[in-house]
Structure formats: structure tokens, C-alpha cells
Design a protein around this ligand. Structure first.
Ligand code: MG
Length: 158
């Protein structure tokens, strides 16, 4: 068994779509970044890369690489799931937390699970939680969004 943790944050800005867990969420601002800045999917990717002992997301998807400019993070996740299979690991469980002041996330969780399943994450093996930061710090002031993820992997063939 292997565990991995992932953390990410991105700044909220105008004139960007808000993409979380691969789903587009209606809101007047979105996240700034080289890719689609999907903070939840980036935290999931880093948890998986951590469990696989393959460094970090920046090593696999450098922001100097034009292939990943405005790229779908779900596509990046699909690539990491291929690496996981190549190393002989299977996902046992993935737990995640989004920390976001606005908008309300709960109604969008089924759409996120559906979008992540298209990358290859079994919807029965992922939990998505969302909470506010009670008005405190950069999340509370609406300056940005953060996400955390923990995964458990099992080696199925050596
Ligand atoms: Mg990121």
C-alpha cells in the first residue's frame, strides 16, 4: 500500500472560467493558471504522483511547456493514471477537500465526480468535500481557492 497527499491553490480572477474537478461551475470569476487551473484536479494529481514516488506535478507538467497551456487538467490526470497502471498500482481510495468561500459547491459534486470518472477515476472510489474558510485568510477574502487530496494505492502486480 502507498499513501500520497496533494495540496494546491490558485488565485480567483475575472474573465476566467471556474473549473473544479473537471466541471465548469457558474460563477463571476475563475482560477488563474497556465492550464485550466483546476485546483482540485491538481491536488488529486499531486497525491497520486506522491504515492507513486514520481516527484510532483511541476516535474510532469511544467508551466514552461506550451503543451499544457490552457490544457484540461482532467487530461493531465488521465496521463498520471496511465503512469499509475504502468507502475502496477490500483487506486483504493481518494479523499479530497475544496476550501472555497463562494459559490456553494455541494450541488456540483456529482458533475465533478462524473468529469473525473472520464479521466479514469472510479466514482465509487472518490469523496469530495467542500467547506468555506469562515471569512479568514486568502480563501475567506475570496482571493483564491485551495484544495487538499489524500489517496491510497495498492500494488497489484510487481
Ligand atoms: Mg495548480
Amino acid at each position: 500500500m502507498r499513501v500520497g497527499t496533494g495540496y494546491d491553490s490558485h488565485r480567483l480572477v475575472v474573465d476566467r472560467k471556474l473549473i473544479l474537478g473537471g466541471a465548469e461551475i457558474p460563477f463571476d470569476r475563475g482560477l488563474m493558471g497556465h492550464s485550466d487551473a483546476d485546483v482540485l484536479t491538481h491536488a488529486i494529481i499531486d497525491a497520486l504522483i506522491g504515492a507513486l514516488g514520481l516527484g510532483d506535478i511541476g516535474r510532469h507538467f511544467p508551466d514552461t511547456d506550451d503543451r499544457w497551456k490552457d490544457a484540461s487538467s482532467v487530461g493531465m490526470l488521465a496521463h498520471v493514471l496511465t503512469l499509475m497502471q504502468e507502475k502496477g498500482f490500483d487506486l483504493v481510495w481518494l479523499d479530497t477537500t475544496l476550501v472555497i468561500e463562494k459559490p456553494k459547491i455541494a450541488p456540483h459534486i456529482p458533475a465533478m465526480k462524473s468529469a473525473l470518472s472520464k479521466a479514469g477515476i472510479n466514482s465509487d472510489l472518490i469523496n469530495i468535500k467542500a467547506k468555506t474558510n469562515e471569512g479568514m485568510g486568502f480563501v475567506g477574502k475570496g482571493e483564491g481557492v485551495e484544495a487538499h487530496a489524500v489517496c491510497l494505492l495498492r500494488l497489484i502486480n510487481k
